[in-house]
Design a protein. Structure first.
Length: 659
């Protein structure tokens, strides 16, 4: 037998190898093999098999050295084939990503699991609302039936209880359950909750950036042995070959964190839906603030819909909107008088407070008042953010310098260097001055990216060692802090000015999520929303009114021809030379417009244009958007355009971009 392979190192051509005559294995396409290449042994993917030697082959054909063990997932290659077409990348991309957990494994070890007889009676006690959801899904888990279910549950309504029940049933049926969260911090939090509350006889593993290589190899061994277990993560789990996959849960399904930041920008939620449809299994998408696209799928009867309207414990907080304009004469401008009094009241009663601001660092930027010079990153088109240790840092490329004693442009003194805007570090500093005896903690990306410090911060807040927790979106979802009776949102309208079509939706989702951290016990709680300007969306801050917002916003989207009524794809050009991206992006746009006219396609081209951040790590960026009624039409148009001309720029295609 002979095979054509593609090397996993990205070499573009297929190579021919021979299967040794004494091998008894069933060789087929999509297997990974080790092949000789010059003086090295390298991994490759089988793309085609031949019983006879291909014609016109006069050279000596080398033998394949070995076959790499690969989990027996009958649906996996169909999945990555469709996914690679959707994102316009080769299948090899996905195999390369997971291969670090295949290669150089130590001696294989049989993992013994306990008997599942001990978990036949689930310890989860359900409410009537929760039982309806589980009764609908459990038969679909048993009989392998594709079923997308949108679970809209207000914060603290007990969505996790449903997850636990479904996990138990999945394992009892000798199948694996995958749970996705939009952030590593949420995966760690959910893992801790589930480990404490589900049966100790259920094996649970994580697979994300905070998981050790040893634990990732253990996950791979479980997959090779077809062991049923629970797998948690952000992006990676859905890309793994998983035999006996029985259930996928996508928690906080509305979050943009499901889209990867590096190209290709895989949307894990979309990938999970594709995976579930191919494997013919149920998928649950849960959120207190579902995306408009998901609710539209329910409206179109593509998905089933269940709603949890009641909080499991506690009551909804009182929402107060406070204008910051009348606060301009106060020394502590960012903390209004109403919020200051409310915090002091909680401190007096030994209750806890969360202060939310979706900006980390100390100040947005530093500007010289003499010459207007702004400290900016030379590699990126952004100002440097000032941090508390007087470090100016770029949050895109990591460049950092110490704040100098004078302006580098006009040599004005340090007093002329004005610190503008505010970040979480400055909020901590302000609160420390207002409440000197209080214990204040901080939870933002600078903290959550350090696993041990992050976990300690959460434990300290849960145990009452911290009175006031200042944080970004990191603390806006997934956490249960029963003693929090006050949430202060410092700048509620900050993100409403972003130049994206769904800015209103994203802002409201974030505000409702962070407001949901209050009122989780029977104690009366309050959310104080500070804003520069009053906006109509603040009327929907009560969680019960979220579906009313959906109906209103849907009309706006329809009028402007945006998702979910139309499909959107992003094309991004990158090159070190700004002139190159300018010329080539315009050239590509003109080519697509000609193709649209020739073929009479219902696709619109928006751009090209500079994005808000148009240079990152010395690479200039231009973006254009393809808007059409179907993604298949957009895909075909892009394929034709990309093949027509040779480009110097790196070009990336992202369908359904999460802005």
């Amino acid at each position: 037998m002979y095979i054509h392979v593609k090397l996993l190192n990205g070499f573009p051509k297929v190579l021919l190898y021979k299967i040794p005559d004494n091998w008894n294995e069933n060789i087929h396409a999509n297997m990974i093999v080790q092949v000789p290449l010059r003086t090295h042994i390298v991994p490759a993917l089988i793309v085609k098999t031949y019983q006879e030697k291909p014609n016109n082959c006069s050279f000596t054909i080398k033998n394949v050295r070995s076959i790499e063990p690969f989990p027996d997932d009958a649906y996996y290659y169909s999945f990555i084939t469709q996914l690679s077409n959707y994102y316009q990348v080769e299948q090899i991309h996905f195999l390369k990503r997971i291969r670090s957990f295949i290669h150089n494994q130590k001696k294989r070890e049989e993992i013994l699991l306990p008997s599942y007889e001990d978990i036949k009676e689930s310890p989860v006690i359900l409410t009537a609302e929760q039982r309806i959801v589980c009764d609908f899904l459990i038969p679909r888990i048993k009989h392998q039936n594709y079923m997308p279910v949108l679970l809209h549950g207000v914060t603290s309504s007990g969505k996790t209880e449903i997850y636990k029940k479904l996990i138990n049933e999945t394992i009892l049926n000798q199948k694996t359950a995958v749970i996705l969260t939009p952030e590593v911090s949420l995966a760690l939090q959910l893992e801790n909750i589930l480990k404490q509350q589900i049966s100790s006889h259920i094996l649970m593993s994580s697979f994300h950036s905070a998981t050790s290589h040893k634990d990732k190899r253990r996950v791979w061994e479980l997959l090779l042995q077809k062991k049923p277990f629970v797998l948690l993560g952000v992006h990676l789990p859905v890309l793994l070959p998983i035999p006996n996959l029985g259930l996928i849960i996508v928690d906080e399904e509305h979050e943009t964190g499901y889209q990867e930041k590096k190209h290709p920008k895989i949307n894990s939620k979309d990938a999970a839906l594709l995976r579930a449809s191919i494997a013919k299994i149920p998928i649950v998408l849960g959120s207190a603030t579902p995306s408009l696209s998901s609710l539209y799928n329910v409206k179109q009867r593509r998905w089933h819909f269940f709603q949890l309207k009641n909080r499991f414990a506690g009551s909804f907080p009182i929402i107060k909107i406070v204008s910051m304009k009348k606060n301009q004469q106060r020394k502590s401008f960012w903390i209004t008088r109403e919020l200051q009094y409310a915090i002091q009241n909680r401190l007096n009663k030994k209750e806890q407070t969360i202060i939310f601001l979706n900006r980390r660092g100390y100040s947005f930027f530093v500007q010289c008042s003499s010459c207007s010079f702004i400290f900016s990153c030379k590699a990126c088109s952004v100002s440097l953010t000032l941090h508390q240790n007087n470090t100016l840092a770029c949050h895109y490329c990591g460049f950092a310098i110490q704040l100098p004693d004078s302006c580098p442009q006009c040599t004005a003194s340090e007093k002329k260097l004005l610190k503008k805007g505010i970040g979480t570090q400055q909020v901590v500093s302000i609160l420390s001055q207002l409440f000197p005896s209080s214990r204040i903690g901080r939870a933002d990306f600078d903290v959550s990216s350090k696993k041990k410090i992050w976990q300690q911060t959460v434990r300290d807040f849960e145990s009452g060692k911290i009175d006031i927790l200042v944080g970004t979106q990191t603390i806006a979802k997934g956490f249960h802090f029963p003693n929090v009776t006050l949430v202060g949102i410092l700048w509620a309208d900050l993100n409403l000015h972003f130049p994206i079509y769904n800015a209103t939706e994203k802002t409201l989702q974030q505000l409702i999520q962070v407001a949901g951290r209050a009122g989780r016990q029977s104690i009366e709680s309050t959310v104080i929303v500070q804003t520069m300007t009053y906006y109509p969306i603040f009327a929907y801050l009560n969680e019960i009114d979220y579906l009313a917002f959906y109906a209103h916003e849907l009309e706006n989207r329809k009028e402007l021809c945006y998702p979910p009524y139309y499909r959107l794809a992003e094309v991004e050009f990158k090159h070190p030379d700004e002139q190159v991206v300018d010329i080539e992006s315009v050239q590509f746009s003109a080519l697509l417009k000609d193709l649209i006219e020739e073929q009479r396609l219902t696709v619109t081209i928006l751009g090209p244009a500079k994005p808000p951040v148009y240079k990152i790590k010395r690479m200039h960026i231009r973006k254009l958007y393809l808007k059409g009624s179907t993604i298949s039409q957009i895909l075909e148009l892009y394929k034709q355009g990309i093949k027509s001309i040779s480009y110097k720029s790196s070009i990336f295609f992202t369908p359904n971009p999460l802005c």
